[in-house]
Design a protein around this ligand. Structure first.
Ligand code: FES
Length: 254
């Protein structure tokens, strides 16, 4: 049987959903692969919603809102841009092809365009093929941990304000610099998660054994271990042959 992509679409109530309605009454033809969740605004869609969809077997996710400047809550679609930018980056880091996520704009008057966007996206995912659930599920779960981090969520939530209006001192921040900070946070959290997984798999673990498992140098792993210890996430259990052995806090060593 030919492969049929499983797609999930988050459609804002005022534009994209109305555009889908218009496509229906206008009898615009498009593939029926997408299941739709109606949200009041594209800004309501959280990176966690998208990653959860991938963890639960979706091959592609589309977030469709009003055109920039037309959001019924004024800035919701600008927030959606920031949130989906984070999601694209997290997907790239954990190894889920960012092409499986689409952020686009469709107005209530664009029934024809709605059909074209869905047709193009369905074809794009058909070419990428099915997402292997056994592989993508754990990757998406790691992505959810990264996207849940308070520091990352705060950066994404404040990004537009800090670029357009400045910080509490009125200094406007450079967008590229903020993106770099965001990317560094994503990379750091991803590496911490790799290290936690290595300890979980071989607990109690030494810095050299973790470094070998995660393919990082021991100095870098040591730096992360200090971070994790300071955050109360790992604990030095004992020292064997001059090597400290670590366990995860709250998890039983074998
Ligand atoms: S109401 Fe449509 S994107 Fe905000």
């Amino acid at each position: 049987m030919a492969y049929e992509p499983k797609l999930l679409g988050f459609l804002c109530n005022w534009c994209a959903y109305a555009g889908a309605d218009l496509a229906g009454v206008s009898r615009v033809q498009y593939p029926p692969n997408m299941r739709v969740i109606r949200v009041m605004c594209s800004g309501r869609v959280d990176p966690l919603h998208v990653l959860e969809a991938f963890r639960n077997g979706m091959d592609g996710v589309a977030v469709l809102g009003c055109h920039p400047g037309d959001c019924h809550y004024l800035t919701g679609n600008y927030q959606a841009e920031r949130k989906m930018d984070l999601t694209f980056r997290v997907m790239e880091k954990v190894g889920i092809d960012p092409d499986r996520l689409l952020l686009d704009w469709v107005s209530a008057a664009e029934g024809q365009r709605f059909g074209e966007v869905i047709t193009d996206f369905t074809e794009r995912i058909r070419e990428l093929g099915p997402l292997d659930a056994a592989d993508a599920g754990p990757k998406a779960a790691v992505g959810e941990k990264i996207a849940s981090m308070d520091r990352i969520r705060w950066l994404v939530g404040k990004e537009r304000d800090m670029v357009d209006h400045g910080n509490v001192y009125g200094d406007k921040l450079d967008e590229a610099e903020l993106k770099d900070i965001l990317w560094n946070n994503i990379v750091n959290e991803y590496n911490r998660e790799l290290i936690r997984s290595a300890i979980r798999a071989g607990s109690p673990a030494t810095v050299p054994s973790i470094a070998e498992a995660v393919e990082m140098d021991t100095a870098t792993v040591f730096k992360y271990m200090i971070d994790l210890e300071n955050a109360g996430q790992v604990h030095m259990m004992d020292i064997v042959d001059d090597d400290p052995r670590y366990i995860l806090v709250g998890e039983v060593s074998e």
